[in-house]
Design a protein. Sequence first.
Length: 377
Amino acid sequence: MIFSACYLYSGAFKIYSTLKIGPVVLILTCLSLAVWGQQENHFLIEGQLHYGFIMAHSHRVNHLVTGHTYGFQVNAGMQGYGNKLQKAYNTPQTGFSLAYFDFANPDVLGNGICLLAYADLPVVRKNNFLFSIHLADGFGFTTKRFDAIENHKNTLTGTKLNAAIQIFFQTKYVLSKRLDFRLAMGLTHFSNGSYATPNLGINNVSLSSGIIFYLDSAHSVPPKETLQQPDKKVRLEVLAGGAPKEIYPTGGKKYFSWTVSTAVFKILSHKFRFGIGTDFIYDLSLTERFARDRVYTPVIPNRMRSGVYIANELMLSHLTAMLDIGYYLYSPFKGDGSSYHRIGLKYFCTDHWFINYSLRTHYGKADNVEAGLGYRF
């Protein structure tokens, strides 16, 4: 069951990852530092060992799975409680991770190193037991990448610098006032989000175990409290963004794609808000894709797309994590289908201005990054 869940989430990871993840890491870092700055924090250090395998999520991956993978991870975090965000999410642990993985194929895949910001979100909490979901995002560096001459068998990543994302389902058992034992299973993903091809991504499924050491013994969590209702008025948001992208075959030129979106949002709880929006997309790569199909129509209409979407956003203080589902109302190019998805982050610098960083996809296949700026009325 856990392996099936990991396989399901690997599709989400593939569409979320991208090379230019500096803003994402900056946002998560600011969030973690903001939480760390609160009072009543209790710091911890955790060491983990990983043992697993590369998931063959495509027939083009089978030849690269040559053995079991292993690795280790060090987490520096804190158990905090007291502010509204921590109470809304049942007092999660947050922090930073450094991880290393040997992919069991040194000549083609090499090794992977991750620097991540993470949060452990509690699901079931008992006196001496905790079941939680571990979410992490950051930089990933792989020692091997695709090279047409020296490493043509590597069909997983075309860059050494990638996004790295983790999701683990984990249990924690209290051993003493300062020690906890962790047992977890999940997936670590490396990908560049189609900034360069190939980009199937490395999906490493692993079982991990470790020991958490608390720097003080006062890390018990108080009972969950009832919070006041949030402001639920409807608000309008406008944003613009874009980034370069690469299309197959590997090694080709990069094309820029722009997106302008408008949406109305309503906050439903301290954790979730819902919205309905429209997109206008101008994608320079579509002209080339039409030409390859030997279809010749006016250039500017070829490059345009427009659609409507439903927005689902998880709120983390000034940060929101988005998962949008959209449908193209106008799209002359039919090779990507009629529906699209978007996954990413927004960070509200003020009550009105926010930074947007997302990835638009077609059925799990990364299409282009949408990095930009937005305004909320």
